[in-house]
Ligand binder design. Sequence first.
Ligand SMILES: C[S@@+](CC[C@H](N)C(=O)[O-])C[C@H]1O[C@@H](n2cnc3c(N)ncnc32)[C@H](O)[C@@H]1O
Length: 289
Amino acid sequence: MTSPHTHGHHHHAHDDEFDWEAMADSLELDSAITLPIVHEIVRTCTPHVEWATIGHVLDIGCGPGAVAVALSRHAPRARITALDSSAPLLGRVRHRAAQLGLDDRIWTIAADLDGTLPTLPPVDVVWASMVLHHVSHAVVTLGRLKDALAPGGTLVMVEFGNAPTVLPVTDPMRESGVWGRFQSATAATLNERLGLDPVGIDWPALLDAAGYVDIVDQRVAAHHPSPLDDTARTWLTKHVGRGLEMAAERLTADDGEALGTLLHDIPQRDDLFVHAERRVVVARRGAAE
Ligand SMILES: C[S@@+](CC[C@H](N)C(=O)[O-])C[C@H]1O[C@@H](n2cnc3c(N)ncnc32)[C@H](O)[C@@H]1O
């Protein structure tokens, strides 16, 4: 290891607190809310990628497969390899692909990104959404992914952006700071479970250390306006509900009560919206490598 970035901040003491299978339904909802971000990335963040003609996309940490399906539509000639360490989630991917008649296009592979990658045909795009903060040695994993890319190939990382905004600026819960305290409390619990602060990771430095070029770091948002449609409303109910569970011990009784009232009122409120942000870091394997 020649780089100072290969160790240090990725300790995953608590990573086994994530039960991905149990989270499958909320992962499905999360991807429904953030799918517009996938489209936006394809449209504006990947100028080097010829989506119409590329032959192979590797979707790592694919989860239940909504993104793999979207990618198969953006890259109509490509095989999509959907990789995850969770066999039940890969089962969901296969089920979804079969239902949509995409089972000849979407392949699944069970593998752990902490280990060596299975041998694959050269990859045009590696898509890594909300997964690389889980690996133990990011630079090592990034290096292996670079080796899987064809020369000139592109890595697209989707990572944590700012916490979502859902309340109008004039809402009393924003003005009183309850919502802000709720967001800080859920973030603190998440950081504790991950063993790191995923928002603070210097991805461009890690990508540079792994030998990538043309590294671009930006923010992309999905906006679901008020009044919320059913999917966004369901997502918001889950978001506040699971946030309250995560944050419970960090909130005062008054704050907990105010958030409980919000949770209860979500179905009736017509002023709520969902503005979800992601950080998108795009990088390439050098063309001459
Ligand atoms: C937050 S989900 C993201 C799902 C999907 N990419 C998305 O953005 O909607 C993280 C996924 O990464 C997978 N995962 C976590 N650690 C992994 C590892 N070390 N190797 C392979 N997959 C992993 C989990 O099983 C889960 O499906």
